[in-house]
Design a protein around this ligand. Structure first.
Ligand SMILES: [Zn+2]
Length: 349
């Protein structure tokens, strides 16, 4: 699989949380290529099934399709648009962004502010609050009001940028990169034997409360659940002990959200197959779909595999494609390694 090309294709549709139904066509098509069946549930989760050769057991992989964004809150008499957040947006990154407003038609806009020359000296030292920001479309108030409504989604406009050393940057790599990992797993599984049924769930509304994972894991009721998401990549301004290095392999979470036997199996497979990996201690809630999956019904043995990502929740989220490949390879080997005895043993300590 050409990872760069697949990731570029998948970040093209903009999918702020709550708009997934409208924009998931490309994702559905990508999974149809590898799965025996692909369907959408009532919340909009895209669920693929690749049948195993002879098992009564199910594994569910989950990566979320939604991304953070903005929403129209008010349009003033001059046609300037006030907005609010969808998901965890860092308001410091908003100024000077180019955005796309998804009204009757897609309308471009920019987020501007007064230049430094006409700001008070104290003002220049502070980040501008969202309440003082607005979107300028350059269009008449009449045109804006006819084509844009309160509640319309707004997304950031950006094209992926290729950097050195297989680094790649764009918005929405959180968590389209996880979706690419799932596709890579499915492609690898066409070459490996697996007995267990594999459900791939592209979840909705993760950024606003893990909601797609809640209903999909309830519906599927898997024997094993693995969330694939991003974790914080190391940057010059962040401590090494709280971040993971780009290019050093998938980060394997451990802690109360993670079943120890799943962690151990992932770790030992990485060692056996010489796949680099990093440890990702998560002493509490992981804040990912793994958190929701784990407490479904009477409990699901769950793991979390993460791709290190710098500048999360910005328009320059940056990852290393090698980590995407290594995560996919490790998870495919994990699935191929599963036998009935192992799955049944997950409840024996
Ligand atoms: Zn995420």
């Amino acid at each position: 699989m050409e990872l760069k090309e697949t990731l570029t294709r998948l970040v093209e549709p903009t999918i702020p949380s709550g708009s997934e139904f409208k924009n998931n066509k490309l994702i559905r098509e990508a999974f149809l290529h590898y799965c025996d069946d692909v369907k959408c549930d009532k919340l909009g989760n895209v669920i693929g099934l690749k049948k195993g050769s002879s098992s009564n057991y199910k594994i569910m992989l989950a990566a979320h399709m939604d991304e953070i964004g903005l929403m129209v809150k008010h349009i003033d008499d001059k046609g300037f648009i006030r907005f609010t957040f969808v998901g965890g947006v860092d308001q410091r990154i908003l100024l000077t962004q180019e955005v796309l407003i998804h009204g009757h038609e897609n309308i471009s806009g920019i987020i501007g502010n007064r230049p430094p020359h006409i700001q008070e000296p104290e003002e220049r030292k502070k980040a501008i609050k969202v309440d003082n920001m607005f979107i300028d479309t350059g269009l008449s108030a009449e045109y804006v009001k006819k084509n844009i409504s309160v509640g319309d989604f707004i997304t950031f406009k950006r094209k992926p940028i290729e950097l050195l050393n297989n680094y790649f940057s764009s918005n929405a790599f959180d968590d389209r990169a996880g979706i690419v990992v799932m596709l890579y797993v499915l492609e690898e599984l066409t070459k490996l034997k697996h007995t267990i049924d594999v459900y791939t769930v592209v979840t909705v509304q993760e950024e606003v409360g893990l909601r797609g994972a809640v209903v999909s894991s309830y519906g599927i009721y898997p024997d094993i659940g693995i969330a694939i998401d991003v974790c914080h990549g190391n940057t010059p301004d962040s401590p090494e002990y709280e971040t993971q290095k780009l290019g050093f392999g998938p980060a394997l979470a451990l802690g109360p959200n993670i079943h120890p036997k799943l962690f151990e199996r992932l770790k030992s497979l990485a060692e056996d197959y010489k796949i680099p990996y990093q440890l990702n201690p998560e002493p509490s809630c992981t804040g990912t779909d793994a958190w929701a999956i784990q407490i479904t019904k009477d409990g699901i043995p769950t793991a979390l595999v993460s791709i290190p990502l710098k500048y999360m929740h910005t328009t320059v989220e940056t990852l290393c494609l090698d980590d995407v490949r290594m995560s996919g390879r490790l998870l495919a080997l994990f699935i191929a390694s599963l036998c009935n005895d192992f799955v049944e043993g997950l409840t024996c300590f």
